[in-house]
Design a protein. Sequence first.
Length: 246
Amino acid sequence: MRDINCVSRDACFARAPRTPVHHVTCCLPIDGAELRARCLENGPALLLDEHARERVAQYIDELLLYNEHTNVYSKRAYTHLPFHVHDSLTLGLIIAEASAKGSAVLDLGSGSGLPSVLIAAVNPSMPVYAIESKSRKTRFLSRVAASLPLPNYLPLTCNVHEFARSSYFDADFVTAKAFKPLDEVVPIAEVCLRKRALLHVPVSEIQVRHLALAESQLYRRGKYIYYRQEVKASRGTSKRTAVRIK
């Protein structure tokens, strides 16, 4: 996939000089420049080329500025933003490695765009569909898609259950970060699909222990953990319409 450099996985989690990213910082909220630097100066961001890093940096700027007037991400959680950015970028890289020509991604409960926007930032030629029920958040996602730009990123404002009654996605990967309890995610994904897809759900070590997840169900990359399962469409498509990016 384009926009990915051949850097070793071990090196990506060590500090290294940053690729210069040029931004106007005077209008960012307090500590915004520091937050952006923490998101870009280490971890999986080091695997990206300058163009992908620029998209990530612009997303962070857009998020912090938009969040000043419309709540799409808890300000109390800003200290955790670098972790969630790195988690999302890691997922984007995993999908890039596993994808083939024509692959697409469905993200359930996209919220403020973590991970869907960053999956698209890593894979700009890949269709990424982002379902979110709150219009204030999809307005932000649409703004980001236009400004980065991400022409293959499509936010949809809808309840996923209502959506699945009349529509479906031809997606090869499904993601769901902080969307629903794990046992609810699988059946929701299944009704949204045309065929089989590979589901990735970010989980913590606490969740692994609490849910008694087996190592065979997990994919680990550095300190980031993903529950992974193949899901199969559970509903026919003859009376439903496929959603596609035109």
